[in-house]
Design a protein around this ligand. Structure first.
Ligand code: 0RA
Length: 638
């Protein structure tokens, strides 16, 4: 079919190359877009959007339109220079067609500009074409409107001139191929999140987003750039000084931008981008920033006699307590490393960023003594707390409290010592704890009942945390230690299962626990060790037969299946303690019968955000949140 559409005259060696290239992509899509699940699907969008962003970086594009269509398509329009349509002498074809069909064509058009598309997503737009049911490109350039259509990567029309057109720009519209991807439904929030990120990183562009499936539209433009990004990230926090510190420097061809601000919390939020790509695994640029920050703040504090000698110097952790920071650098030839290619490897960058911070931050502190005082004071307090935490840890260790030497009395441990099969159920309240103990399989299931609410770790440093009995007990049971002592090989249970009541208190305790894990032992969530048990809400009995329903909808469905309410007894469980041990075991605890939810980093991050909003001191975000989530909020009432 494809061959039929290319006329005999053009069916030459280069066409054969194109077809081979296409079938390679379609045969192994994962090699090009990572996977064929939702992640790989969105990769297509990033690839096309990044191409337009490159045109922004080159200084030629100020506006973009990204639209998710009701037909399952995605359209990206920009007002850049337009993809070149001139005939490429070597291939005797329009440059545009070469870009759309040949591996890595076009990526070296201009070596002296920063490119997003050369980076993490940089497989080339021809990959999007190859993995699309259809793909259309329109280009306004030289006073004319050009268009070409492809199906499964192969051209089905020549590059045609549709008519005259003012201005310049590119429009790419594609529909992902449902025979390649497991899902072809774009997720609006995922797309919006990336576009928002891009609009902070590229303040010169305005991005118009529309989801025609649900009528949502949004215009994204942040003239304040990464400083505004930091302000946005700190919106739910109390900040130490009103405006983020903004530093900008160039070292050789590396362009370095940093915005930072402290809040009164204890956590660090650091987002690091290289050519607009989020390097979640850090790299040399982040190392340079950390080294520069530590060095500059120590120098400043020492010069003014706030700290003396070497021994008391502030550590990296001290100076990053409460720090919210966005680092955005542009590098001509970035090297991305690691399994997910999300870490920068260029060794020269560390020194470049470090020297930029040393110079520019020192200047800033010199010119803003009040801000400098506040932030040094914060770091000094962090250092003091670190020392107190060390003493507290040492004390608990000496008492045998944190090394597993003395397991807490409340823990009903299991017999097995093989962590890979062992499970820890964290249960709310002594009565549910009793039921769970009877219902468990004591070979591999341990039960730890918690007494009511636990400490809000958002507002506590390590030393305060370790004073809480509930938290110490939990940490001893888990076995890994915390902070500098964390050791995943000491994990005593590979499944840590939160089993709380399906009511307000239960959801509160679950949120607290998720926040604790997310903030203090995030490795456990990242490695998939944390789960939520799903207990039924209803028991529906008819004659000798009983079924369980885990939601109101399920209850309705079960009732319909049983043929209505006649002769049916429904009991609603208000808490786990109301179930018999056998009922709890067969619905919620026993492998095979139960339905565990694995907690993802996103789940935990949401819980954490909820927490900062609902427990934080900032009134406005809380009011806004409650207004936005008026329906759900009865269940979130903390
Ligand atoms: C190479 C050269 C030129 C423009 C582009 C690529 C270009 C590519 C894309 C992809 C999406 N939108 C785009 N906009 C522009 C310009 C060459 C010139 O005019 O001198």
């Amino acid at each position: 079919m494809v061959q039929g559409q290319i006329s005999a005259g053009t069916y030459d060696a280069s066409s054969i190359q194109v077809l081979e290239g296409l079938s390679a992509v379609r045969k192994r899509p994962g090699m090009y877009v990572g996977s064929t699940d939702a992640r790989g699907l969105h990769h297509l969008v990033w690839e096309v959007v990044d191409n337009s962003i490159d045109e922004v970086l080159a200084g030629y594009c100020t506006e973009m339109w990204v639209t998710l269509g009701t037909d399952g398509s995605c359209t990206v329009v920009d007002n850049g220079r337009g993809i070149p349509v001139e005939i490429h002498p070597r291939y005797n074809k329009p440059a545009l067609e070469i870009v759309m069909t040949i591996l890595h064509a076009g990526s070296k058009f201009d070596k002296n500009t920063y490119k997003v598309s050369g980076g993490l997503h940089g497989v080339g737009v021809h990959v999007v074409n190859a993995l699309s049911e259809w793909f259309e490109v329109r280009v306004k350039r030289g006073g004319q409107l050009h268009m070409q259509r492809y199906e499964q990567g192969a051209p089905v029309t020549p590059l045609q001139i549709l008519g005259n057109g003012d201005g310049t720009g590119t429009e790419i519209r594609f529909k992902p191929d449902a025979t390649i991807f497991e899902t072809v439904a774009f997720d609006r929030e995922t797309v919006q999140r990336r576009l928002k990120e891009l609009s902070f990183l590229n303040p010169e562009v305005t991005i118009h987003f529309a989801d025609e499936r649900d009528g949502v539209t949004e215009t994204l433009h942040h003239a304040g750039g990464i400083s505004e990004y930091v302000t946005d990230l700190n919106a739910t926090h109390t900040v130490l000084f009103p405006d983020p510190i903004y530093l900008h420097a160039k070292r050789n061809s590396t362009d370095i931008e940093i915005a930072l601000q402290y809040n009164d919390g204890y956590n660090e939020t650091m987002l690091a981008f290289v050519n607009n790509i989020n390097t979640v695994d850090g790299g040399t640029h982040v190392m340079g920033l950390r080294a520069g920050l530590t060095r500059t703040l120590n120098d400043y504090a020492r010069q003014r006699g706030i700290i003396k000698g070497d021994r008391e110097s502030l550590t990296g952790e001290d100076v990053r307590e409460g720090l919210t920071c966005v680092l955005s650098i542009k590098v001509l030839e970035p090297q991305f490393e690691g399994q997910t290619k999300a870490r920068l490897g260029n060794s020269e960058v560390k020194g470049q960023v470090e020297s930029a911070v040393n110079e520019k931050l020192a200047d800033f502190l010199e010119e803003h003594p009040a801000v400098a005082q506040g932030l040094i004071l914060k770091a000094v307090q962090a250092a003091e707390a670190r020392e107190a935490a060390r003493k507290a840890r040492e004390l608990t260790r000496r008492k045998g409290l944190l090394d597993g030497g003395g397991l807490p009395g409340k823990l009903a441990d299991c017999h097995s010592r093989d962590p890979a099969i062992c499970e820890l159920f964290i249960v709310e309240g002594p009565s549910a704890g009793g039921t769970a103990k009877q219902g468990r399989d004591r070979e591999f299931q341990a039960i730890l009942p918690l007494r009511g609410k636990i400490l809000n770790v958002e507002k506590a440093r390590l030393d305060r945390m370790l004073q809480s009995d509930e938290i110490r007990t939990l940490l001893v049971a888990i076995g890994t230690g915390i902070g500098d002592d964390f050791d995943i090989t000491k994990l005593r249970y590979h499944r840590i299962i939160l089993m709380t009541d399906a009511d307000v208190d239960g959801s509160h305790i679950r949120t607290l626990l998720l926040t604790l894990f997310y903030r203090k032992v995030p490795e456990l969530i990242r490695d998939g060790h944390v789960f939520i048990a799903q207990a039924p809400l209803y028991r529906i009995q008819k004659g000798g037969k009983a079924v369980y329903a885990y939601s109101d909808e399920e209850r309705e469905r079960e009732l319909q299946e049983l043929g209505g309410m006649k002769g049916v007894t429904i009991s609603r469980y208000k808490g786990l303690g109301e179930m018999t041990a056998e009922q709890l075991a067969e619905t919620t605890m026993r492998p095979g019968a139960r339905n565990l939810l694995r907690v993802t980093v996103e789940d935990a991050a949401k819980a954490d955000l909820l927490f900062t909003i609902l427990m934080g001191e900032e009134v406005e975000p809380r009011r806004q949140y409650i207004q936005d989530h008026a329906v759900e909020v009865t269940n979130l009432d903390i």
